[in-house]
Design a protein around this ligand. Sequence first.
Ligand code: CDP
Length: 243
Amino acid sequence: MQETPKRFVTVAVDGGAAAGKSSTSRAVAERFGLMHVDTGAHYRTVALALTRAGISPGDTGAITAFLGIGGSTGDSAGDAVGGTTGDATARLTTVVEGRTARLAIDGVAPADAALRAPEINAVVSPFAAVPAVRQFLFAYQRGQVAVARERGFNGLVMEGRDIGSVILPDADLRVFLEADPEARAARRVAEGGVDAVAERDKRDSSRKTAPLVCPAGAVRIDNTHLSLAEVVEEIARLITALR
Ligand code: CDP
């Protein structure tokens, strides 16, 4: 049964690879009528677009030119926006499917299968460590709060690595999900994925720009031995307790 929070709520869910962020965030969105934003999918979408253009993570000049860094402001008014420097202009829009908001670049919102392919698992962290890539997505991601309001949701749950620390530091609730590395690797294998979870975590935690950290004021939930329902219950309790 859906519950209505007392007011518009913003929830930040951070954690390492395969820590259960997506399934937890989706279930919380369902329970409270929130819009769900997976920022990992944003980085995967950018990594896929750059890979398809033949650009590698070390090629900062080509990345900047392709993304047209200089003016990405988000699409809270529903209009397409994007960077506008140089010849290239990558336009960012939001496609809402059910409760999930998906990023489209130049009108293309790639299918999940393409975003989660082993080739993208292998390059997404190196691309995400490039400051120009993060700058490109920053305003767009912040703008998702306004998109959730405009589309009539009861709030927003946004998952990633830097949501409570950088993108939405004022989120009403910040959650940091953890699980043992063995449990996380086993989950990815059970999903049928090919993914070096520990290696990606190491890269994400050690990068200079917006590293994976437990944000100040976040509630840590170790879900190694908890079911999805138990984790969702815990977060639901925290949302219901918000004033
Ligand atoms: O689903 P999983 O936890 O394996 O990964 P994801 O959430 O799809 O994120 C893929 C990659 O995007 C991460 O390994 C990070 O390198 C990057 N990412 C990031 O840098 N910042 C975020 N807010 C979200 C993802």
